[in-house]
Design a protein around this ligand. Structure first.
Ligand code: HEM
Length: 402
């Protein structure tokens, strides 16, 4: 830490948070919650050295909401410094008219009508194809066998990208979002994804189909079309945005149910209870723990003066465990009255356009798994742990079924 007084700081958790963030945003950290609780209480805006340079971490719900609501002061252009480096110029870093134009292009593909009519049948088919492959084993790791590739298959189908090797494609997607960890690998992955997608663009331009790729190539907003580079940047974002996040949510919901047997019984008896279980998981173990912003002017937060031009890590995961908003925040409570206040999908102009798809995919997958894998339970002596700093989910789900 280069600013403030962290090295001699009497708060050991703050110092360890600094090491942790300075070390890696992708670290397999299991329990960041005591650190966040301490930061919310004592250092709500903490300066630290991130892999992307000097940054500030906002950990309180109210400050996170302030950053999300005030896009003029907390600009999204900061996203160009992280994943934007490898993905190209994406919607995440756009603002104003340019941002609106791209939102108009994608929103219809993920709206309720398209989901109901086009996507749900594909989701159900994909779930059953996957479960057919391992149902007879009576046991296994649901991360490896199911959650890891499941959402990638769906987003690939929605976009219209025929992927033959999902495991390889997923590793590219992981490398892209892991740019802070291994930039060379991320750039290599970006190139591989472009090489893979480029021929498809030419093909769909000549021969459009009913998929998102054709719609993106042919759609006109305000009389303009997207260039090839814009479409490629979009797909490089959409594939990991749609896959990397939802696989984590599906795993974390299964983890929440398996570690809370009473809730699991509740959901087994009445699958309409799955929707609140998914919402509480989004709050309790938010798959995306941070979004980044850049200050356009000096601001004061929690007693700290943050200059203009600083990188801000907006800690959605910490906000979702803020005790001033969510009493007993570390407990998984199925009918938490204000669970809808969670901000796992962000807030404001950049609110996740795939939130309904993510909820639907997760609910349908867990429902079908519970139906097809009776008496789903941990294997004897086994358990799962949710890990990660920037993105969180269980690494393994070692289970048995009858
Ligand atoms: C559990 C699953 C998901 C979580 C937790 C999640 C979370 C988020 C968050 C927090 C943001 C806001 C980023 C910011 O403010 O800088 C976001 C934006 C975005 N998400 Fe998701 N997401 C999920 C699933 C999906 C899916 C399935 C799609 C695919 C359609 C998707 C596509 C996007 C896109 C394109 C953006 C950028 C929107 C913009 O900048 O205007 N996400 N997501």
């Amino acid at each position: 830490m280069t600013h403030g007084s962290a090295i001699t700081d009497p708060l050991p958790e703050v110092a360890s948070a600094t090491l942790l963030f300075g070390g890696s945003m992708m670290s397999p950290i299991a329990n960041p919650w005591p650190t966040y609780a301490r930061l919310r209480a004592e250092r709500p805006a903490m300066a630290f050295d991130s892999p992307m340079g000097k940054a500030w971490l906002l950990s309180r719900y109210d400050d996170v909401m302030r950053a999300a609501r005030d896009s003029e002061t907390f600009s999204s252009r900061g996203n160009a410094r992280g994943a934007g480096l490898v993905m190209g110029r994406t919607i995440l870093e756009m603002e104003g008219r340019e941002h609106l134009r791209q939102r108009k292009l994608i929103t219809p593909a993920f709206g309720p009508k398209a989901l109901r009519e086009e996507v749900v049948p594909a989701i159900i088919r994909i779930i059953d194809e996957l479960v057919d492959g391992f149902e007879r084993d009576r046991g296994g790791d649901l991360v490896q066998q199911f959650t890891f590739t499941y959402p990638l298959r769906i987003i690939a189908e929605v976009i219209g990208v025929p992927i033959n090797d999902f495991a390889e494609f997923h590793h590219w997607a992981l490398a892209l979002v892991g740019i802070a960890e291994d930039p060379a690998k991320a750039f290599e992955a970006a190139q591989k994804i472009s090489d893979y997608l480029h021929p498809l663009l030419d093909q769909r331009r000549k021969d459009p189909r009913q998929d998102l790729l054709s719609k993106l190539l042919h759609a006109e907003v305000d009389g303009e079309r997207l260039s090839d580079d814009e479409v490629l940047a979009f797909l490089r974002l959409l594939l990991p945005a749609g896959a990397e996040t939802t696989y984590r949510l599906t795993g974390s919901v299964l983890h929440a149910l398996l570690t809370h047997p009473a809730v699991l019984e509740d959901v087994r008896g009445d699958t309409s209870r799955l929707a609140p279980a998914v919402e509480e998981t989004l709050r309790w173990e938010s798959p995306v723990q941070y979004v980044s912003r850049e200050t356009t002017r000096a601001v004061e937060i929690g007693g700290s003066e943050i200059p203009a031009g600083e990188l801000i890590m907006v800690a959605l995961g910490s906000a979702n465990r803020d005790e001033s908003r969510f009493p007993e925040p570390n407990l998984f409570i199925l009918d938490r009255p204000n669970v809808a206040d969670h901000i796992a999908f962000g807030f404001g102009e950049h609110f996740c356009p795939g939130s309904q798809l993510a909820r639907l995919e997760t609910q349908l997958a867990v429902k079908r798994l519970l139906e097809r894998l009776p008496n789903l339970r941990f294997a004897p002596g086994e358990k799962s742990t949710v890990v990660g700093m920037a993105l969180r989910s269980p690494d393994h789900l070692p289970v048995l079924w009858d």
